[in-house]
Design a protein around this ligand. Structure first.
Ligand code: T46
Length: 141
């Protein structure tokens, strides 16, 4: 069963507005090696459609909202990101798709590793095979 891991960040709010500060190891499970953000996504577009071998990430909707589908061969779960105070952790070997971006959505991603195309599994059948190989290897431990 997929159990999403949500980080609830502290926001320093006063009459001037809000500020969220994220530090490793106090607030984050890994030191950040890379940051990217996704915006201007048409509401009917879906992105992602891949898994990562090693990468860990935290996704934050710093503006607007977006839905994240987390999927394994056995299960799937949709998580709504709609607050700059909420971070969704996605670890290795989890299929993800992002969809239903609001017009004002900005999806900020904190990543544990530098960009490396060879870390991606972009074909779902390859992903299912990789999971099944991992389970096979586990049986011999
Ligand atoms: C993920 C989800 C949540 C780079 O050159 N450097 C980068 O660090 C990244 C992330 C992407 N790119 C290039 C590679 C492609 O030519 O930007 C282009 C779009 O990337 P992609 O199609 O992989 O974007 P998404 O939105 O499908 O997926 C992204 C991340 O790639 C992925 O790691 O988990 O967001």
């Amino acid at each position: 069963m997929i159990e999403e891991k949500i980080y609830n960040f502290n926001s320093h709010g006063d009459h001037r507005g809000e500020l969220v500060a994220l530090e490793y190891p106090k607030d984050l499970p890994f030191p950040i090696k890379r940051i990217y953000y996704i915006y201007n996504v048409p509401g009917n577009e879906r992105r992602g459609f891949h898994s990562h071998n090693k990468l860990e990430q935290i996704l934050i909707a710093v503006s607007g909202s977006v839905k994240i589908l987390l999927k394994t061969p056995e299960d799937e779960k949709t998580v709504l990101l709609d607050s700059p105070k909420k971070g969704l952790y996605i670890g290795p070997m989890m299929w993800r798709e992002m969809f239903d971006f609001s017009d004002d959505a900005v999806l900020l991603v904190l990543a544990s590793r530098e960009y490396d195309e060879s870390d991606y599994i972009r074909n779902y059948e390859d992903y299912v095979k990789a999971i099944s190989n991992m389970k096979g290897e586990g049986k011999n431990d």
